[in-house]
Ligand binder design. Structure first.
Ligand SMILES: O=P(O)(O)OC[C@H]1O[C@H](OP(=O)(O)OP(=O)(O)O)[C@H](O)[C@@H]1O
Ligand SMILES: O=c1cc[nH]c(=O)[nH]1
Ligand SMILES: [Mg+2]
Length: 209
């Protein structure tokens, strides 16, 4: 299932990210802001329980988060900027890291790091990567989460921008995983970049080009 967050704030900030004139500092800030807004939607169905407490006025029951604990899992490098923003919203979440880069020739994901919370199987997992292009990186990351015991139904993939090709790969490989994104763009170009896209997210976040 794909959820596109059409909120005007998200769409406006995404347009600023697409603009080639947007510099590193602003791009990084925008990526964090959009991530928070995507998290607001992605976490809409978190369980609540009633807790009894006293306000300064009366005693009553009030909602608190309950149910499964959360994990945020960043696909390095670019996904880091998303988890770092979102963890402020859910400070009790544990954070995992999956290091993958996309081989520029073959576009296949190359794994170089994996550190996940030991109890990942018992958590709701929010995987972050700004870009879902061919889908190879996200599919491999979700595979390693499932190998570590996470259930597909407990995994949400959060991407700022997606391509139809990447969505098709996730729906084929991991039909039980939900995708939350700000936009589904037109297609991939011959180099596997999203069109119209926003360029190379990692390079724009870290200024490496
Ligand atoms: O869907 P795919 O075709 O796999 O492409 C998307 C991947 O490419 C980018 O990472 P990149 O390989 O540039 O690594 P980086 O984050 O370290 O820059 C992006 O952040 C995704 O992880
Ligand atoms: O358009 C794209 C595709 C893959 N990775 C990016 O950062 N951008
Ligand atoms: Mg990159």
């Amino acid at each position: 299932m794909v959820t596109v967050v059409t909120h005007p704030l998200v769409q406006h900030k995404l347009t600023l990210m697409r603009d080639e004139r947007t510099g590193v500092k602003e791009f990084r800030e925008l990526a964090g802001e959009v991530s928070l807004l995507l998290a607001y939607e992605a976490m809409r169905d978190l369980d609540l329980a009633q807790e009894r407490l006293r306000t300064p006025i009366v005693e009553d029951d009030f909602p608190v988060l309950s149910g499964k604990k959360l994990a945020l899992v960043a696909i390095l490098r670019a996904g880091l900027v998303m988890t770092e923003a979102i963890v402020d919203l859910v400070p009790a979440a544990k954070v995992g890291h999956i290091g993958l880069y996309r081989d520029p020739q073959t576009l296949a994901p190359v794994a170089y790091y994996n550190k996940l919370p030991a109890d990942i199987a018992d958590r709701r997992v929010f995987v972050t990567d700004p870009m879902l292009a061919t889908g190879g990186s996200a599919s491999a990351a979700i595979r390693s989460l499932k190998d570590a015991g996470a259930q597909g139904g407990n995994i949400t993939l959060m991407c700022i921008l997606t391509a139809p090709e990447g969505i098709a790969v996730i729906e084929r490989d991991h039909p039980d995983v939900r995708i939350v994104t700000a936009a589904v763009d037109s297609h991939l170009n011959d180099h596997g970049y999203i069109v119209p896209g926003l360029g190379d997210a990692g390079d724009r976040i870290y200024g490496t080009k």
